[in-house]
Design a protein around this ligand. Structure first.
Ligand code: NAP
Length: 248
């Protein structure tokens, strides 16, 4: 369909899972794709080649989204290589689950830095080119856990709730410059992140999902495509749950 033809997207954390599905979907729809990963170099190299098969320019960058300096270098390199930057997807994220009584300061800080500070790091760097172009789309990956909380995930829930407040502020601050910012809040999606949950835990989650199944990364990518495209030119400052009605 070519919904993103002529656009350049930067997607963080795309070597696996949801980010990878978004990168593939965007390339399929004609976008040039720059993407990042933290350590999965082999998977990133394969993805880079796969994306190029769609006839678009694509490049993977090893860059830690939690680092302000690395984010600055990354965006400079992407602009040098691709010329423009129209879409930013802040997808990179981690979980370090533990009951609060046992949660360490390190587990709290790691989750905050990777999930929330990363949003600030990347968004800040893309602002100048987007302001100059008077055009831009920012999509931030939260979670329904950021809206409803979850026992054993106080750090993750806090980081994902913070993303919502951050994104609504960005939408209000930059709307007059034609920059849109929205949030996707996935429910339980089948990726490496959720694979480690024990069988009993998975069954408990499943009982709470009216559509009676877990989601697939591609089902998040479809919503990201909508938000990134000109189908959503009047959608900004919103949180879209993609969770099989788990969060209503
Ligand atoms: P995943 O399978 O664990 O993949 C995470 C991806 O992020 C990997 O590509 C990883 O790179 C990258 N990454 C992690 N930290 C990074 C950093 N500091 N800098 C750069 N890249 C980094 O996770 P997922 O399930 O696809 O989740 C993607 C996003 O959706 C996360 O923000 C997550 O919180 C959110 N989410 C997921 C679910 C779910 O059910 N899966 C639900 C709600 C929200 P490496 O491969 O190099 O490690």
């Amino acid at each position: 369909m070519g919904l993103l033809k002529g656009k350049t997207a930067l997607i963080t954390g795309a070597s696996r899972g949801i980010g990878e599905a978004i990168a593939r979907k965007f390339a399929q729809e004609g976008a040039q794709v720059a993407f990042t990963y933290r350590s999965s170099a082999e998977k990133a190299a394969k993805l880079e080649t796969d994306l190029q098969q769609f006839g678009v320019k694509a490049k993977g960058y090893q860059s830690d989204a939690a680092s302000f300096d690395e984010a600055a270098t990354l965006v400079q390199e992407v602009l040098k290589e691709f010329g423009t930057l129209d879409i930013l997807v802040n997808n990179a994220g981690i979980a370090r689950d533990n009951l609060l009584l046992r949660m360490t300061e390190q587990q709290w800080d790691e989750v905050m830095n990777n999930n929330l500070k990363s949003m600030f790091n990347l968004t800040k760097q893309v602002l100048r080119p987007m302001l100059k172009a008077r055009n831009g789309v920012i999509i931030n990956m939260s979670s329904i856990i950021g809206m409803r909380g979850n026992a054993g995930q106080a750090n993750y829930a806090a980081s994902k709730a913070g993303i919502i407040g951050f994104s609504k502020s960005v939408a209000q601050e930059l709307g007059s410059r034609n920059i849109r910012c929205n949030v996707i809040a996935p429910g339980f999606i089948e990726t490496d992140m959720t694979e480690n949950l024990g069988g009993a835990n998975r069954e408990e989650f499943l009982k709470k999902i009216p559509l009676e199944r877990f989601g697939k990364p591609d089902e998040i990518a479809n919503v990201a495509l909508f938000l990134a495209s000109d189908l959503a030119t009047y959608v900004s400052g919103q949180v879209i749950s993609v969770c099989g009605a788990m969060n209503t």
